[in-house]
Design a protein around this ligand. Structure first.
Ligand code: ZN
Length: 243
């Protein structure tokens, strides 16, 4: 069986400086995700911003099938060479799964071509959110209930200033009444992109089974361009005109 190579990249800053986040994610969000997504068909590795080369030395993405990205307070410190490498690799077929505040990450904004702003409201202690599956035939919805609740998360609401998604798989509804396209897909070049909004660092969202199920599905969906016989080298090589 071919295993999908997944790299989970995490800013890993809140976990190091905010005790309540350390308590929720003692392994870091990346470590919790790596454990929660562990499966025979996935080869998972992790990288964090506080590692040398921000965890992504030159060439680090070359054999990655899907890059999972969590970032929040250090978006602007991500090196430009990393952003460029991600854009190049996504266009060549690498999947990109953007989690929670990665809507404002440099690579996601570049891939979308918009500022990706959204409506925000302070929610002390978090707010109950219900995710409704609105594309039940989508691969990302496989095995996921038609709706499920996250007991506490941050409110992200519409309008979400992104290009029209290929598919809206989940719509979030918040206690306060707002709605949000919380699970959306796009393609860029050969690459598939999935943004899934739940997962504020102070709440144990990434410990929740339904959330991990969706992210696992998203990773497998985003990896698919690689499963149809195109090797990565071929994706980079221009096809001669005479062919
Ligand atoms: Zn947040």
């Amino acid at each position: 069986m071919r295993r999908v190579k997944v790299l989970i990249w995490n800013e890993n800053e809140h976990e190091r400086i905010h005790p309540e986040v350390t308590a929720t994610y003692p392994l870091g969000i990346h470590g919790t995700l790596a454990n929660g997504l562990a499966a025979k068909d996935l080869h998972i590795s992790v990288a964090t911003m506080n590692m040398p080369w921000q965890g992504l030395p030159f060439g680090a993405l070359n054999d990655v099938d899907v890059l999972v990205w969590w970032g929040h307070i250090l978006h602007d410190r991500v090196e430009q060479r990393i952003v460029e490498a991600i854009i190049t690799r996504v266009n060549a077929g690498m999947g990109f799964v953007a989690l929670h505040s990665a809507h404002h990450s440099l690579p996601f904004r570049r891939l979308m071509g918009t500022n990706c702003n959204l409506a925000w409201r302070k929610t002390e202690g978090g707010e109950r959110v219900r995710l409704w599956c609105v594309s039940p035939s989508h691969q990302i919805a496989r095995g996921v209930p038609m709706h499920f609740a996250i007991p506490a998360d941050e409110m992200y609401g519409e309008p979400f200033n992104v290009p029209k998604p290929n598919d809206v798989v989940f719509i979030n509804w918040y206690q306060g009444g707002e709605v949000f396209r919380g699970g959306c897909t796009w393609t860029r070049g050969r690459g598939r992109i999935f943004h899934f909004s739940p997962g504020h660092e102070t709440y144990p969202v990434f410990h929740q089974a339904e959330v991990l199920k969706v992210i696992g599905n998203g990773v497998r969906w985003a990896a698919e361009p690689h499963k149809d016989g195109h090797g990565m080298q071929n994706l980079h090589r221009p096809v001669p005109l005479e062919n």
